[in-house]
Design a protein around this ligand. Structure first.
Ligand SMILES: Cc1cc2nc3c(=O)[nH]c(=O)nc-3n(C[C@H](O)[C@H](O)[C@H](O)COP(=O)(O)OP(=O)(O)OC[C@H]3O[C@@H](n4cnc5c(N)ncnc54)[C@H](O)[C@@H]3O)c2cc1C
Length: 342
């Protein structure tokens, strides 16, 4: 197998990876996105079930910064993002109590946006990287198939506990400071159930209930939300404590506890006809780095990005990817290595 060469390798085709890839691609850089998943998107995930579908990772997003708001406006103009609602309450997201951020969702599901954003970018999915190593003119990544990929620069967007394992497998030395900053990033897990319903649910408009104090704080009706026009499909997300408690439990046990909650929202005569569980080991960062990206010291050009850098959630991940791309485009070592490779 001959090596596959490019100028910048990006491991992880979630929001951060795609954000970085789009900027680099637009700047004329030969970029390659690699992801172990069957599709791009990472935690911006939408799963088909029967004739329906459910967002089973990110449920909505907010835009606090003008920069991200401009991006979201573009997604809205292109027919992807829509304003789902403003405000928050424990009974429904229509309550307008407490904070009053605008909350966006994606018509047809979060993953539809991700596929659109990655459509022009050279991408290989189904590629699990097992090690990254420094090479003479940059980096090399080894996939579990044995395939080698090389690039002058590298962006790692897998959650840092996973990304650090790739560096360790490739014997890449980190400074004590970088090792400390990256090593302190941990994630909470989450368990998500999706339920196909014969009949209807009574989840109030616009299709979600948020109960922050409960172990299963989020219940959403994907039909009302515009993700599953043809069938009623409900998403239930757990908090971290629930996920830890049930992580190793059989799927049937997790589904039973979730169904007990769902029962409160089933219209008379309706029933669950199919259900699935997704286990998210790295759902939400519990600690985020203070900067939007981290350039490792004393190594070939390597930037860390993702929702663990500066701000969590969808907005943080997107802006972090953009920061990593900007960092690489201004990185003297990358520019020199890129020239050597050309
Ligand atoms: C259940 C749940 C609900 C959420 N709800 C919301 C919400 O409502 N609003 C909000 O703003 N955010 C929400 N989030 C968080 C949001 O989804 C994330 O912050 C964001 O999607 C992170 O993007 P990312 O690019 O940093 O990481 P990811 O999307 O995780 O991308 C990393 C990618 O790296 C790939 N990868 C990892 N290791 C390897 C390897 N060895 N080889 C190849 N590829 C690899 C993974 O497959 C993945 O695609 C939620 C998350 C979960 C799990």
């Amino acid at each position: 197998m001959s090596a596959r060469n490019c100028e910048v390798l990006i491991i992880g085709a979630g929001l951060a990876g795609i954000s970085a890839a789009r900027i680099l691609h637009a700047a004329g850089v030969d970029v390659l996105l690699l992801d172990k998943g069957r599709s791009v998107g990472g935690r911006m995930a939408t799963r088909r079930i029967g004739n329906g579908a459910a967002d089973h990772g990110a449920q909505f997003f907010t835009a606090a910064s003008p920069e991200f708001q401009r991006t979201v406006d573009g997604w809205e103009a292109d027919g992807f993002a829509f304003l789902w609602d403003i405000g928050w309450s424990t009974g429904s997201i229509t309550g307008n109590e407490g904070e009053n951020h605008t909350r966006y969702a994606i018509a047809g599901g979060m993953n539809r946006l991700m596929k659109h954003l990655a459509a022009d970018i050279p991408t290989e999915t189904g590629v699990r990287v097992v090690a990254v190593r420094q090479a003479e003119t940059g980096w090399e990544a080894e996939a579990d198939s044995g395939q080698i990929y090389t690039g002058a620069g590298l962006i790692l967007t897998a959650p840092p506990p996973q990304a650090l394992a790739l560096l360790e497998a490739g014997n890449v030395p980190l400074t004590a400071m970088d090792a400390e900053n990256l090593g302190r990033i941990h994630y909470s897990p989450a368990l998500t159930g999706i339920f196909r319903i014969e009949g209807k649910v009574t989840i109030p408009s616009p299709g979600a209930v948020h109960r922050p104090a409960e172990p299963l704080p989020w219940i959403a009706d994907n039909q009302q939300k515009g993700v599953s026009p043809d069938e009623t499909v409900v998403t239930i997300n757990s908090n971290g404590d629930y996920a830890q408690r049930y992580w190793d439990a059989p799927e049937v046990e997790i589904l039973e506890t979730m169904k007990a909650t769902l029962a409160h929202y089933l219209a008379p005569g309706s029933r669950v006809v199919e259900s699935q569980v997704q286990r998210w080991r790295y759902a939400f960062p519990r600690h985020t780095h203070s900067q939007p990206t981290l350039r490792t010291s004393g190594t070939r050009p390597l930037f860390f990005a993702g929702d663990a850098f500066q701000g969590p959630l969808v907005e943080g991940a997107w802006l972090s990817g953009a920061a990593a791309a900007a960092g690489l485009l201004g990185d003297a070592d990358f520019l020199a290595a890129r020239q050597t490779k050309q």
